[in-house]
Design a protein. Sequence first.
Length: 380
Amino acid sequence: MNIPVLEDLGDLKNKNVLVRSDLNVPLRYDEHGNVTIADDFRIRASLPTVEWLLEQGAKVTLCSHIGRPKGKAQAKYSMAPVRQYIQAKYPSVSVMENLRFNPGEEGNDPGFVQELIAGQDAYVDDAFGASHRAHASIVGPPRFLPSAAGRLLAREFEVLAGLLEDPKRPFVAIIGGAKVSDKLALLEAMVSKVDKLLIGGAMAYTFMAAQGHRVGDSLFEPDRIESCRRILDSGASVLVPVDSKILASSERFGRGVIGAEALVQGGDVPDGYRGLDIGPETIALFQGAIAGAKTILWNGPMGVFEDQRFSEGTFSIARAVADSDAFSVVGGGDSAAAIDEAGLSSEISHLSTGGGASLELLEKGDLPGLAALRDAPRVK
Ligand code: AMP
């Protein structure tokens, strides 16, 4: 896969290894200021690399960011809870303070890179979720140190790049979410690679507008209608919703909102209404496509799934993906959250740990962090 992996680092006994992980976990503070890690998924996902390095006799220093402290030290973004968690398991591992306390991290400052690599013999990037950023800790150390992808990064790359190269067919991509402008590059990259493209979420309404449908007050982006039309006319098999769950524009919706019943409507959304989920016919149409797939990529919810009245589309698709025998890949963010909420995580072949990074890897086939590893000095 043409990026160096851990085994390429040679003998690591007593070597100092700097590991950039994605330990950006949600922290929860109670009224007494006590902190807990609300979800340790990202830490657990980072441990195989740490354990392997320790087994080789390496001295490991971990670094990561948490949140967006914007270049200033702030107690609520301290790595201390993560350090405690890690050192309870591996007392010898050092955990640096939040990289983004230093403006040099996001600014990719050469002086900060030198601080990071001081005393280190090798570098490992295991931070898939940050590898689409040309930040100091991602692209800096590989300019100076023998470097490798950790287990997590290597697996993400293998799976996601594999989708682009040699997927088992039929390959079905399900793309949803709020803004078509955020996903256009992905849609354009995937349309020639997949056998079927299924489109849901608010972004479907720009496609429906391109088909000549009325979209009422649904979220849609008039300046993207042309791009959607090009995708629809590309000759690929693109499935767009044929019905919607709708709500009067005067009604509120969102997490925890209780209110008017959703109505089902065919291809057109009437004036004074918003389309907020795919309808039952669309669910059946999408389920049929998913059932026949050998490879599935899913990114983005089918509707406002935070609101129970508009969650059926997303959860039905989650179940269909989980039930399928296909190799299934779910991109980070909301779709991964929906899979988790439905208790279906173990039914998915690969749940990506990075939202933005997985989108960019699928769009471009590469990431700044991966390119940096490829160009790093090799162990003689
Ligand atoms: P994204 O971050 O682009 O994946 O979008 C996720 C968000 O899109 C979620 O918060 C959903 O509530 C929202 N969303 C999905 N479908 C719709 C819709 N039809 N109208 C408004 N928002 C939607």
